[in-house]
Each structure stands twice: as C-alpha cells, then as structure tokens.
Design a protein around this ligand. Structure first.
Ligand code: NAD
Length: 497
C-alpha cells in the first residue's frame, strides 16, 4: 500500500504531495488499513485560500437554505449509519454497538444545526432613546478550524463543522491521524448532500499541520478536542495569534457512591461507565468514591468487572475493544505497574489480557484498584483505559473535597436515593457536567458540553447555544429614521416645520 487517502481541498478530493505518510491500523490486528498524508505547506495554503473565498459567498446564502443543507446531510447520515459505524469500528476497534452510538451522537448535533435559523436570531428593542431603535444581528466569523481526537471520529467532527457551516462560516477539519477514514467519509457525504465547493476542507496530519492552522493569518476560530498538553498548546498558540479558541481537554471523572444507593444500580452503571469503549472516553468514570458502608460493595464490583470480555468489533459478545495504539497500551500498562509499585491494591489486573485469534491486539482487560490516594500517579494522570480506581471516604463532604481538589472538571456523578444529598452535591461540586444516578452525563445538543477547570480552556463551550455563539459574532445596529419634513435639534427633540 503506497497511496495515501485524499484530502478535500477546494471542493475536490486530491492526493497529497506529502512525503511522510502515517499508518492507520486496525488496533486488534495491526493490519495497515490505510495511509494518511501530512498536508504540505502548499496544501494548507490552498485549503485556507479556498475556505476564505467560499466564506464570502456562503455567508450570503439565506439561513433557511443553509439549514436545508443540514437536513439533507442528516438524512444521508442516517441512511449510511451502519456503513459509517462499521468503518469507524474497524479503525478504532470499538464494538459495533459503541460505534453506532458514536455516529448517532454526531447525527443529533446535525439535527440541531438544521435548527440554525432560530439559534441565530438576534434581539431588538424599540425606543432605546426617543425614536431610536437597536437591533443585534448574528454574523458568521470566517474560516473556522476543527482539530479532533481519535476517540470519537464521528461525533466530535460533527460537534464542529455542521454548526459552524450552518452559521455561515467555512471550515477546515483536521481529524486525528489515528482514525481519519471515518471523517473523510463524513465529508464525502456532506458534499453529496449538496455542500458548495470550499465550505468544508479536510486536511490530514499531525502537529505541523495544526500549528500552521493555529498561526495562519486567515483563520478566525479554532475548536480543539484532545489531551491536556496539546489543548494547552493549542489554546496558548491560538490566542497568541488573536484567534478565538475553545479547547476541550483530558479528564478524570469521579462517581460518588452513597451508602443509601441501590447496590445493583450502582455496580452495573460503574462497570459500563469505566470499561465501555475500553475507558477511552473523556466522560468515562475512572474513580469510584465509596462513602461509608458502600465500600462493602467493592467485592461484588470486582466480580462483575471480571466477567467483562474484550473482543473484536464484530464479536457481539465483546464488552469493549482494544486500545487505539501500541503506545496507548504501553501508557496504561506503565500506570498500572506504577500504581502497584506505589502501594495501591490491584484487585483485578488486565495487563496480561489476550483475545483468541487476535494475538497482536492492543488488549487491556478490566482493571480494578483499591486503596488509591491522590498522590499516586494512577490518580493524578489520565489513564484512558479500562481501569477503575476505588477511593474510600467517610462522608459526602469528604467526597466533595476530593473531587473539588482535582485539577480536572469534565464530568462527575452521584448515586443516591437522597434528594438532599444529590442537591447538595450538584450545587457544591466544581465540575461542569453532573449526573444524578446517571453515570455519564453528556448533555444532548440543545444544551452545551460544559467541562470546567483543567478539562476546558476557553469561554464558550461546544454545541447548543454556546456552540453557535462560539462560531459567530454580534453586530449591534442603532438606527433613527428622519421624517423628510422634520428637523432634528441637537437634544434629539423633533420639531415639525
Ligand atoms: P491528542 O491531544 O493526542 O490529539 C488531538 C489532536 O491534536 C489530533 O488531531 C492530533 O493530531 C493533534 N495533535 C497531537 N499532538 C499535537 C501537538 N503536539 N501539537 C498540535 N497538535 C497535536 O488526543 P487524542 O489522544 O487523540 O485524544 C484523547 C484525548 O482527548 C484524551 O485526553 C481525552 O480526555 C481527550 N478528549 C476530551 C474530550 C472533551 O470533551 N473534554 C472529548 C474527547 C477526548
């Protein structure tokens, strides 16, 4: 295989002149599925120039026509849901059910983009002063950029470009180099839905491509999702170059178990929220905080987690798939070993996990630790694997103090049958997305995805009303109309001749 996948530049799928190619592998077999290019400087320049030109005509297209493009796109995505999910499963290793969920959560944002007219309405007021009216108009920004991670190759690109383009912008997508096949297919379907030339460009590659887009004088806004160090780099570089930036970064999410909760509800939710998608979700639960007597449920948790079997994406019995890459697996194994060395008790160790027929897969089995303390690397670093840490505390106040001391603030959850405890937790916890008896509280697209603290750099969050505001700016017009027969005096009183 020597030919790399194409890039979408100026409305045409073009082969890259890149000399460095990146292997896209099946994480269960290491089979090379495709090669991705590293966009060259000329290709980046061509994409930005085309996006800049496309913006000038696209922003003049009536909002209802822009919305209809999204409705056609949503229809096509639904028609191709299964095909997209299979492609996504192959390159990520996710189970088919999980891959379908990844595509579906993206389709929901496209549905929201079809509603762009009501989301872009401004405000008006008559007589802000005598005979003077003020109206605000919502305008698109220009060339917007999306830089996306490997773990949701359908949902996260679809968080970004449909809303930005529906709002009248043009968009350059730079997907993860680890699974670029699904984003390319999403873009093909967008063109098929009738997207005009140049409103969407797709460039592939890694750091150099990202940095060129962050510093290019003609890009206006950067939407990034990925790890903490890269998120900080993107935020610092983008804002230093006067861009609007939103950077969604890593996480360490806690689920607080109150002793009055229903044990079976707690345990089945904990198992799914920690090991689903092999723990490679930014909203996965990685720390279970057992309050008081609920610690006695840890033994049963261990039994339920031990029953989970990873497997190939088309194995209907598999609970989850392999990790995305050998490097990702090495990181997780390093943290498991470090946890043991630092004195945490490993109740279940998935380091030696194997799957019949797939000897080369990046497998890590369900892993459970107890006796974890906040000073351990296992607790401090994002693991991004099927690893759950148990911490035991005496009271709800201790649980809140622990969660609030974490530098991250993406998601958290509490399981309880007490309305008072839930209300107190919801109010006191310093985390942007809270679940009450809901383990993975990802908001639907009419709300926004609102991570806090070290899990987010920026002001306006993804999708929902905040997503539209991120990709637009407000013009405020104050107007006065003179009666042809009137004379206006300096103190704004009008006298008839
Ligand atoms: P990553 O940071 O390695 O890569 C993200 C993107 O940045 C990719 O497109 C990649 O090509 C690019 N990139 C990588 N290194 C770069 C560099 N040095 N300079 C510039 N660009 C660079 O992240 P990942 O491993 O693909 O994704 C997993 C991470 O994403 C996890 O930390 C996870 O928590 C996070 N994530 C966060 C959210 C959220 O909403 N907060 C959602 C999904 C994933």
């Amino acid at each position: 295989m020597s030919k790399a996948i194409p890039q979408l530049i100026d409305g045409v799928w073009r082969d890259s002149h890149s000399r460095t190619l990146i292997e896209v592998t099946d994480p269960a077999t290491q089979q090379v599925l495709a090669l991705a290019p590293n966009a060259t400087a000329e290709e980046i320049e061509a994409a930005v120039a085309s996006a800049k030109a496309a913006f000038l005509t696209w922003r003049e297209v009536p909002v209802s026509d822009r919305a209809r493009l999204m409705l056609r796109y949503q229809h096509l995505l639904k028609e191709h849901h299964d095909e997209l999910a299979e492609l996504l499963a192959q390159e990520t290793g996710k189970t088919l059910a999980d891959a379908k969920g990844d595509v579906w959560r993206g389709i929901e944002v496209v549905e929201q983009a079809g509603n762009i007219a009501s989301l872009m309405m401004g405000e008006t007021m008559e007589n802000v002063a005598r005979d003077i009216d003020t109206a605000s108009w919502i305008h698109p920004l220009g060339v917007c950029v999306g830089i996306t991670p490997f773990n949701f190759p359908a949902m996260i690109p679809l968080w970004m470009f449909p809303l930005a383009i529906a709002a009248g912008n043009s968009f350059i997508l730079k997907p993860s180099e680890q699974d670029p096949l699904t984003p390319n297919r999403l873009a093909q379907l967008f063109i098929e839905a009738g997207a005009p030339k140049g409103v969407l460009q797709v460039l592939h590659g890694g750091r150099e491509v990202v940095d060129s887009l962050l510093t290019h004088p003609d890009t206006r806004a950067i939407s990034f999702v990925g790890s903490v160090p890269v998120g900080q780099h993107v935020y610092r570089t983008g804002t230093a170059h006067m861009k609007r930036v939103q950077a969604f970064a890593g996480a360490k999410n806690h689920l607080v178990v109150m002793p009055d909760a229903h044990p079976q509800q707690v345990l089945s939710n904990l198992v799914g929220a920690s090991c689903g998608a092999a723990g490679q979700r930014c909203m996965a639960i990685s720390v279970a905080v057992f309050v008081g007597e609920s610690k006695h449920w840890i033994a049963e948790l261990q039994t339920q987690m031990a029953a989970l079997k990873p497997g190939y994406w088309n194995d209907g019995q598999a609970a989850f798939g392999p990790l995305i890459s050998r490097q990702a697996k090495q990181r997780v194994l390093r943290l498991i070993a470090q946890g043991k060395a630092e004195g945490a008790e490993c109740l279940l160790d998935g380091s030696q996990c194997t799957v019949d027929g797939y000897p080369d897969g990046n497998w890590v089995g369900p892993t459970l630790f107890r006796g974890v303390t906040p000073s351990m690397a296992l607790y401090r670093e994002e693991i991004f694997g099927p690893v759950l840490l148990c911490v035991e505390v005496d009271s709800l106040e201790d649980a809140i103090a622990l969660v609030n001391a974490s530098p991250y603030g993406n998601g958290t959850s509490i399981f309880t049958r007490s309305g008072g405890a839930a209300r107190h937790y919801q109010h006191a916890v310093e985390v942007g997305q809270v679940g009450i008896n809901v383990p993975v509280p990802v908001p639907l697209p009419f709300f926004s995805f609102t991570g806090w603290k070290g899990s987010f750099y920026g002001d306006l969050h993804a999708y929902g009303k905040q997503g539209v505001r991120f990709f637009t700016e407000t013009k405020t017009v104050t107007s006065r109309w003179f009666d042809d027969d009137a004379v206006v005096t300096s103190n704004l009183t009008i006298t008839l001749k």
